[in-house]
Design a protein around this ligand. Structure first.
Ligand code: AP5
Length: 223
């Protein structure tokens, strides 16, 4: 079964955590625009340095940059079996650009998963998040701690706190989400492919709900 999925939800809702699980379970490739920028920054590329100033301020990287990156990525052959977009689209301009990109590729979005979580939980999740420098795996000091503090369970890499996970930047990211990304939810509503999931439960519970949605919508997906 092949399926193309968009993950929506505020910062800290669990888009990355759940996209990783979907990818591991179904083999559909995860495309995280945030991860692409962080990798570029770690490599010190011009793209990384350009993205850095927006990311550290909690603002969106300009549409022309992110849309160009996604358009190129969507042309790659490893996505034939499906993909999970995590962090894109993030405003109406990007949502419309995505529709055009997919149309050009003869493809479409089969399911949009909107993960809902209240603001105080989001702030708690983001301030406790730790990320592996080497493989990018996500942990949380309280909710999903690694077996050994500061060390990744998957690859043994060092864990770090993201620059944009300080409380001030988190609040700005949430405001940007409300103003620019929330309208994307309404954009997808009429398509009948939007499913809202309560993201406040444990990661396994949230994933069970997501699996049910995938099963329900897989009838319409490309086989
Ligand atoms: P990005 O990396 O996409 O960040 P984000 O959208 O702010 O989302 P997060 O990664 O913070 O949260 P998440 O929902 O993935 O949650 P996670 O699973 O990690 O973007 C960063 C920046 O890049 C943007 O601000 C922007 O500048 C730029 N950018 C990226 N895409 C862009 C675009 N399209 N256009 C323009 N600019 C763009 O979980 C969070 C924590 O909670 C973790 O510690 C996790 O372990 C824990 N957790 C997860 N699920 C649960 C659960 N169910 N219960 C308890 N804890 C949980």
């Amino acid at each position: 079964m092949s399926m193309n999925i968009v993950m929506l939800g505020p910062p800290g809702a669990g888009k990355g955590t759940q996209a990783e699980r979907i990818s591991a379970t179904f083999g559909w490739k995860q495309i995280s625009t945030g991860d692409i920028f962080r990798a570029a920054l770690a490599d010190g590329t011009p793209l990384g340095l350009e993205a850095k100033k927006y990311m550290e301020a909690g603002e969106l990287v300009p549409d022309e940059i992110v849309e160009g990156i996604v358009a190129e990525r969507l042309k790659e052959p490893d996505l034939e079996d499906g993909f999970v977009l995590d962090g894109f689209p993030r405003n109406l301009h990007q949502a419309k650009a995505l529709d055009r990109m997919l149309e050009e590729n003869g493809s479409k979005i089969d399911l949009v998963i909107n993960i809902a979580v209240d603001t105080e939980t989001l702030v708690r999740r983001l301030s406790g998040r730790r990320v592996c420098k080497k493989c990018g795996a996500n942990f949380h000091v309280l909710f999903n701690p690694p077996s050994k503090a500061g060390i990744c369970d998957n690859c043994g890499g060092d864990l770090y706190q993201r620059e944009d996970d300080n409380e001030e930047t988190v609040r700005r990211r949430l405001k940007v989400y409300e103003e620019q990304t929330e309208p994307v939810v309404s954009y997808y509503k009429p398509s009948g492919r939007l499913v809202s999931i309560d993201g406040t439960g444990a990661p396994d519970e949230v994933f069970m709900e997501i699996q049910s949605a995938i099963n329900k919508f897989s009838g319409g997906a490309t086989t």
